[in-house]
Write a protein that binds this ligand. Structure first.
Ligand SMILES: Cc1cc2nc3c(=O)[nH]c(=O)nc-3n(C[C@H](O)[C@H](O)[C@H](O)COP(=O)(O)OP(=O)(O)OC[C@H]3O[C@@H](n4cnc5c(N)ncnc54)[C@H](O)[C@@H]3O)c2cc1C
Length: 375
């Protein structure tokens, strides 16, 4: 290990790992600094959905598809297992089906409208009651978020010779020098701060001026469902999800969905609830999620939110066993307009944070774009 680096990355979540990988592909000697012994932030708390279908047509969809290719490359290299599972958006209301139809008619994303029967053939999870049809897309991937970051870290260390400094909190950055809480220091030509939802500690003023907001999400995981899982199990998104991803924004009927939901269930808007489900090879199903924005993130989770999510989930999916095995929340930072907040603070330091709800989907592509623009 060296104390002299070409590139230093602060943060060992998916964004920091993506930056480290892309920097090393440029031939740089890279060091990555993470304060925990293993990543514990948003990167291990998510659904593990690589979700290009949620990105609007144009540059962001292209970045998501490029990112997807990087995940598949990691899979081929044996770094971790990536399932090519695809996704289904369910329509249990006419207005939802209309939005899906309008979305597919644009021809911007690889997706097809399928009948209710075909939805049920493709997924045992879909609730056939009141199901009108769905949209199938092949592009979505599944990774296990609990282990993915650690597996990538090990692969980057062994295959790309990146210096991994875990249990190392960076407490200050002055010019090209990084200092740790243990009193160690490193010099790097370039320092990229990928500290996720915690930009305040190192750069409080930058955070205040950035336009970044914090968001808290509640999540649930069921016990393993009985019987063996089918070989390919698409992620499931509900009609409520159409309100969430910007890819659907220009579908004229989206307003009808939004108006109906806010009239029927205003609490879903209040807590930013839309529901999704993803079944893992273990048989367990990750369920979520809610979105509470603001600077004061409460450490206490709301039982009301879990109950609302489960009510909505029971309308759109079916499970043999609804017993909840785990509950948790995650926090990310997000910019209203940008897919990531990139800022060069001085000639040494760049900030690269705020991937919002799409960090697993976008990080590799965004880091690749960064190095295309900055090398
Ligand atoms: C509940 C939930 C569900 C989600 N679902 C999905 C999904 O299915 N698909 C998708 O694409 N995205 C999803 N996201 C979004 C995605 O998880 C995030 O965008 C992404 O994980 C952010 O990665 P990150 O590396 O910026 O942050 P983090 O994972 O939070 O990592 C930042 C790291 O920086 C470290 N750090 C901070 N300061 C320092 C310091 N001074 N010194 C050393 N280390 C430091 C922290 O310890 C932390 O490990 C979800 C997010 C949540 C919360």
């Amino acid at each position: 290990m060296t104390n002299q680096l070409d590139v230093a990355i602060v943060g060992g979540g998916i964004v920091g790992l993506a930056q480290a990988w892309m920097a090393s592909r440029q031939g740089a000697q890279v060091g990555l600094f993470e304060r925990s012994s293993v990543a514990q932030g948003a990167t291990v708390r998510n659904f593990g959905m690589i979700w290009p279908i949620g990105q609007p047509a144009g540059e962001l969809y292209d970045v998501a598809l490029k990112s997807r290719q990087f995940w598949l490359e990691l899979n081929s290299a044996g770094a971790l297992e990536v399932e090519q599972c695809g996704s289904i958006h369910l329509a249990h209301h006419e207005d939802e089906l209309q939005v899906l139809d309008e979305f597919i008619s644009k021809g911007t994303h690889e997706a097809e409208l399928i009948s209710a029967e075909e939805v049920c053939q493709r997924s045992k999870l879909a609730n056939p009651q009141g199901l009108l049809g769905g949209m199938y897309s092949e592009s979505e991937l599944r990774v296990n978020p609990r282990v993915a970051a650690n597996q990538i870290r090990l692969w980057l260390e062994s295959q790309c010779h990146i210096d991994m400094h875990f249990n190392t909190q960076i407490t200050s950055i002055e010019g090209h020098e990084l200092q740790s809480s243990e009193g160690d220091s490193w010099h790097a030509d370039k320092i990229i701060v990928c500290s996720g939802s915690d930009l305040q500690t190192l750069y409080p003023e930058e955070f205040d001026q950035s336009g970044l907001v914090l968001c808290k999400l509640q999540m649930l995981k069921t016990t393993a469902q009985s019987g063996s899982r089918e070989s390919v199990v698409p992620h499931i998104a509900s009609g409520l999800t159409l309100r969430h991803y910007s890819s659907f924004l220009d579908c004229p009927s989206l307003e009808l969905v939004k108006e109906r939901v806010s009239a029927e269930s205003p609490l879903l808007d209040k807590y930013g609830i839309h529901v999704m489900a993803s079944q893992f090879p273990s048989g367990e199903v990750i369920l979520g999620d809610s979105h509470e924005y603001g600077a004061d993130i409460s450490p206490f989770d709301k039982a009301e939110i879990d109950a609302l999510m489960l009510d909505e989930l029971r309308k759109v999916i079916q499970l043999d066993d609804w017993s909840i095995r785990e509950k948790w929340h995650g926090i990310y930072s997000k910019h209203k307009q940008l897919p990531i907040y990139e800022k060069q603070v001085n000639d040494a330091v760049s900030l690269f944070v705020g991937t919002g709800g799409a960090g697993m989907t976008m990080s590799f592509g965004l880091a690749d774009r960064y190095w295309e623009q900055n090398s």
